[in-house]
Design a protein around this ligand. Sequence first.
Ligand SMILES: [Zn+2]
Ligand SMILES: [Zn+2]
Length: 209
Amino acid sequence: MISCGYVSECRGYGLKVEVPTRCNQGEGFRTTAAMAAHADRLAELEKRYQVHPGCSPTEFIAAVKLYARAVADLFDLTVPVHELDWEISRRAKRRAGAVISTDGCPVRVRLTWEYFQREGWAAMAGTVRHELVHVHLLCEADDGSHGPAFRSLAEQLDAPRHCTRFAPPKYTVRCVDCPTEYYRYRRSKLVDRVDAYRCGECGGKLIVS
Ligand SMILES: [Zn+2]
Ligand SMILES: [Zn+2]
């Protein structure tokens, strides 16, 4: 059943997934009180690791990894956060995030910079939780679908049930010295007065297109 090399032993209460897993002890999570406590903790973690769209890609990935590990710990997910590659996609235009697998084993989580720029941290945190559910179910049950197991776990993690899609931006602000790009969907101070700003990653000059 488990084809993934990342197998961790069960560490506590079982997850309410509708697929066979090796971890069945503990019913605590199924109670309403336990779920409410987890919702509070989730909100707290989202706030604790929050970064703003003005941050650099490096800061963003660092925050995402800390956040992902905290969420995975909270829900006892089989997600080897630090063995996965976490990367930004600057090319994806319509997908907020994706899990890339090799031989059915998740190896990389790709998050769309533009989506973060447009929708902010709360939306991106939802995408991170969505991708964590995929990674967990790929590891535990070789299931990369949005089927019943996905829906059940996504509900517990308050994650969007569908891969989020979005429209391309109106303005792209590019650094002339590095690959950093910022996206804006309407005119803003950054678009109108681009000379007053510098690249968050390298300090380079920015241009609008
Ligand atoms: Zn998905
Ligand atoms: Zn730069």
